[in-house]
Design a protein around this ligand. Sequence first.
Ligand code: SAH
Length: 296
Amino acid sequence: MSTAGYWELALPITDDASEAVTNFLWEIGALGVVEEETPATGARLRAFFPDSLAPAVLERRVRDYLAELAALGLRPASDVTVSPLPQDDWGEAWRKHFRPLPVGRRLLVVPPWETPSPEAVAPRLLVVIEPGRAFGTGHHATTAGCLECLETIVERETPGFAIDLGTGSGILAVTAARLGVPHVLAVDEDPDAVACAKGNAERNGVAGRVCCVVGDAGAVDAPPAPVVLANLLTAAHRRLAPTYVARVAPGGALVLGGILDTEAGAVTAALDARAFAPEHAVSADGWTTLQFRRRA
Ligand code: SAH
């Protein structure tokens, strides 16, 4: 295929298989992967591939992978289609998915190709995030919940330092800096995420204030911070409970995301109650964000 440009691979997807299949599509060379849901089609993944890849090979690799997932007891779809997309259409499809997104009371998260109108920006603080392969565009309820808590904390408390554990695209760290936090440490175990976070810090003119490093959240070497953000998963929060005691300064705030509503009690119970008092909780789309206060 020399003139068409790109292949679009589409398949219906279930919640339990979505993350695994999305990762797999990136691994085999997707240029973009989006999850869409309409009442007519239900949830489905659309992935865009360069025309240098043979469509039959793509389809077979995906089908083989779905069979592996099915053998593990997941219920992925089997209805995979690969169709040609005219030049530029994948960019269009990808871009249509990421529109400017107002978050919290005064944030506006935009992809780099959008120039929002002055009226849209005027009351809001612009945060430019390239939705690359790293997680964190603001469109997921866990990220939005953390951003809401962060915005309120920074406005009220003007912290001098913040730590973002599991920074992904860097969205929380970059927003903290844009809101005025003078020093931010952003950590991720995935080098691709750290590269993406660095790019986003540069895009927002805060690269000098956001230090992005590759590492495990449990092995961070930094002074205790008045704000610590961690949008991870419940299992990680349980494991990192001692880290949170060490990383959050007395009197400081801890914001934990990536928690299913049904897991919120377990995460609170996993934290040392002598160190942390629950302060605030936000829930959206089944995801809870918990905010704690480190006792003095
Ligand atoms: N902070 C972003 C991204 C959250 S996704 C947001 O709020 O949208 C979670 C990120 O944490 C991923 O990029 C993943 O690579 C990273 N991560 C998961 N476990 C980690 C650990 N133990 N140490 C460091 N990073 C971790």
